[in-house]
Design a binder for this molecule. Structure first.
Ligand code: AMP
Ligand code: MG
Length: 487
C-alpha cells in the first residue's frame, strides 16, 4: 500500500455537495510560520497519509489549510444550538473549516477538519483563532479517550501558526487538524429544522443515516429509527464517560454528535475526588454540566434532537410527538443498562450476577466513594489489588471502614476476576494538573512534558514502573481545578 503525499490526498466534498444550504465555501487564513507541534503518525497512516510528507513544509501547509489538494472545497458548516439551555439560532464553524471527507484504509468515510483556521462568516465577535494550549488539550485528551476505547473525534496534528492570539495575554496560535466520523451535530438538525425547509431537513437526515446509522434506512419509520440510533449511541457514550470520570464541561446541543463520538474538548477534565457535583469549567457557574448531570444533559439534548426531527417522524404533529416521547423514554433504561454493565466489568463480576444483587452493591459503593471523595481512577485499580487479596490500598482512602469492610465482604462473595478488572480500570488518565503542566510548558516552547503525557495515556491499562506520578491524584491542597473555555 502506498501512502499519499498529503497535498495530493483525494478529498471529497460530499457534505458541501449534498447539503449546500449548510455549507459556506471558505478558505483558511495563512499561517505566517507553521511549525509542527504534534502529529499522530498511526492515525495518519490509518487515513492513508504519509507521515513523512506531512512533516515537510508542504505537508504543514496542508495541515493548516493553505495547500489544498485538487478538488478540495473547504466549507464552514452552519449549525444552531442550545448553549447552557438558551437557544442560539446561528452558531456554525466560527473558527473551523471542513476540508472535506476522505476514505481511510479500512474504507470508512472520515471528515478532515481544522480548528483555529481563521474567522468565517459564522465568527460573530470571535477572532477565528485558537491558542496552542487549548488545541493541545484537545489533542492529548482525545488521544486518551481513544486509548480508553471511548468513541471520540481524533486529533491528527497541532501546528503552531506563528501568529499570536489575544486572550488575557498574548498567546501563540495553533491549528488543530481533527478527524471525525462526521461533524453532524444535534445543532445541525436544529438549524435545518428552523429554516422551515422540510426537504433540507430530510436530506440532512438521509445523509446522517447513510453515514452513521445505515440500518435505520430499512426501518418502517427511518427518521424515528435514526433518532433511536443516536439515542442508543449517546446513552452508551455518556455511560462510558461516567465510568472513567470524564466531565465534558460544555454539553450544548452543538457539541453532541450524531455519530456518537465525543466532540469538542474545551473545558473538559477528569474527576479525581468522587463527587457527582464536580464542575471544572469556569463558564459553568450554575453547575448545569456537572459530572453527575451528564446523563440528564444528554437526555435533554436528545429531546431537542427529537423536536427538530418531528416534521419527518409523522405528518401529524401530535402523532410525531407521541412517537418521539415514547422513543425518548428508552434513554434511561439504555443508559442505566450501559452504566451497570460497565460497573459490573469494573468490579470484575460475571454477567451471571443478578441485577437485584448488583444494583444495591453499586449504590452502596457510590455512597462510600462520595463520602470519602476517593480518587476514582486509583480507587478502582486498588479494588483490583483487593480482588487479589490485599484490601489495604483501598481501605487506606475510605473513611467509614466498618461499612467498607462489609461492602468488601459482599463483593468478594460474588467472586471477582482481577485480570479482567485491570483491562477496564485505567491506571492512567490525563489528570488535570499534569495536562495543565504539559500545556504550560508547550506554550513556553518545551514539548517534552506533553510528549511524555501523550505516551503515558496512550497505554492506559498497563501499569508501568517509573510512571507513579501519572497515576497519583493531584496533591491535596492544590485547590479546585478550573478549566477555561473561550479558547
Ligand atoms: P465551542 O465552545 O468550541 O463549541 O464553540 C461554540 C461556538 O463558538 C461555535 O460556533 C464556535 O465556532 C464559536 N467560537 C468559539 N471560539 C471562537 C473564536 N475564537 N472565533 C470565532 N468563533 C468562535
Ligand atoms: Mg463546539
Amino acid at each position: 500500500m502506498s501512502l499519499a503525499p498529503a497535498p495530493t490526498v483525494p478529498l471529497d466534498a460530499r457534505f458541501a455537495r449534498e447539503l449546500p444550504e449548510l455549507a459556506r465555501a471558505w478558505r483558511a487564513e495563512e499561517a505566517p510560520d507553521p511549525r509542527l507541534l504534534v502529529l499522530d503518525e498511526p492515525l495518519a497512516v490509518e487515513l492513508g497519509l504519509d507521515p513523512a510528507a506531512l512533516r515537510r513544509p508542504e505537508g504543514l501547509r496542508f495541515l493548516v489549510g493553505e495547500a489544498l489538494p485538487p478538488g478540495a472545497q473547504p466549507v464552514a458548516q452552519a449549525y444552531a444550538g442550545h448553549q447552557f439551555g438558551g437557544y442560539s439560532p446561528r452558531l456554525g464553524d466560527g473558527r473551523a473549516l471542513l476540508l472535506g471527507e476522505l476514505v481511510d484504509t479500512e474504507g470508512r468515510v472520515r471528515d478532515l477538519h481544522l480548528k483555529g483556521s481563521g474567522r468565517t462568516p459564522f465568527a460573530r465577535g470571535g477572532d477565528g483563532l485558537a491558542a496552542v494550549g487549548p488545541m493541545l488539550r484537545e489533542y492529548v485528551v482525545s488521544q486518551a479517550m481513544h486509548a480508553l476505547g471511548i468513541p471520540t473525534t481524533r486529533s491528527l496534528a497541532v501546528v503552531a501558526t506563528g501568529r499570536p492570539v489575544v486572550r488575557e495575554t498574548l498567546l501563540p496560535g495553533a491549528v488543530l487538524a481533527r478527524v471525525a466520523a462526521s461533524h453532524l451535530r444535534v445543532g445541525s438538525f436544529q438549524y435545518a429544522a428552523a429554516t422551515g425547509d422540510v426537504d433540507l431537513l430530510r436530506r440532512l437526515a438521509d445523509h446522517a443515516i447513510a453515514r452513521h446509522h445505515p440500518g435505520a434506512a430499512d426501518a418502517d419509520n427511518p427518521y424515528l429509527a435514526l433518532f433511536e440510533a443516536v439515542l442508543a449511541a449517546q446513552a452508551s457514550l455518556v455511560a462510558r464517560w461516567m465510568l472513567v470520570g470524564f466531565v465534558h464541561g460544555v454539553m450544548n446541543t452543538d457539541n453532541m454528535t450524531i455519530s456518537g463520538e465525543t466532540i469538542d474538548y474545551g473545558p473538559c477534565a477528569f474527576l479525581e475526588g468522587f463527587d457527582p457535583a464536580t464542575v471544572f469549567s469556569s463558564i459553568d457557574s450554575g453547575g448545569r454540566y456537572a459530572y453527575g448531570n451528564q446523563p440528564l444533559a444528554a437526555e435533554w439534548n436528545l429531546a431537542r434532537f427529537a423536536e427538530a426531527l418531528l416534521p419527518l417522524i409523522a405528518d401529524d404533529q401530535e402523532r410525531a410527538v407521541e412517537l418521539a416521547v415514547a422513543s425518548l423514554g428508552g434513554f434511561r433504561p439504555r443508559y442505566n443498562a450501559a452504566w451497570a454493565a460497565g460497573m459490573r466489568a469494573k468490579l470484575g463480576l460475571a454477567p451471571t450476577v443478578d441485577d437485584a444483587v448488583l444494583v444495591p452493591l453499586l449504590d452502596d459503593l457510590q455512597a462510600l466513594m462520595q463520602q470519602s471523595r476517593v480518587d476514582l481512577t486509583s480507587f478502582f485499580r486498588s479494588l483490583g489489588t483487593a480482588a487479589r487479596g490485599d484490601a489495604e490500598p483501598a481501605r487506606r482512602v475510605v473513611l467509614d471502614l466498618a461499612a467498607f469492610d462489609a461492602w468488601l465482604e459482599r463483593w468478594r462473595a460474588l467472586g471477582s476476576d482481577p485480570v479482567a478488572m485491570d483491562r477496564v480500570n485505567p491506571v492512567y488518565v490525563p489528570r488535570n494538573q499534569l495536562v495543565q503542566e504539559a500545556l504550560d510548558a508547550a506554550t513556553d516552547g518545551d514539548l517534552d512534558p506533553l510528549e511524555r503525557l501523550v505516551d503515558v495515556v496512550a497505554r492506559p491499562f498497563d501499569d508501568r514502573p517509573g510512571l507513579e506520578r501519572y497515576a497519583a491524584p493531584s496533591p491535596e491542597g492544590s485547590g479546585p481545578f478550573v478549566t477555561y473555555c473561550g479558547t
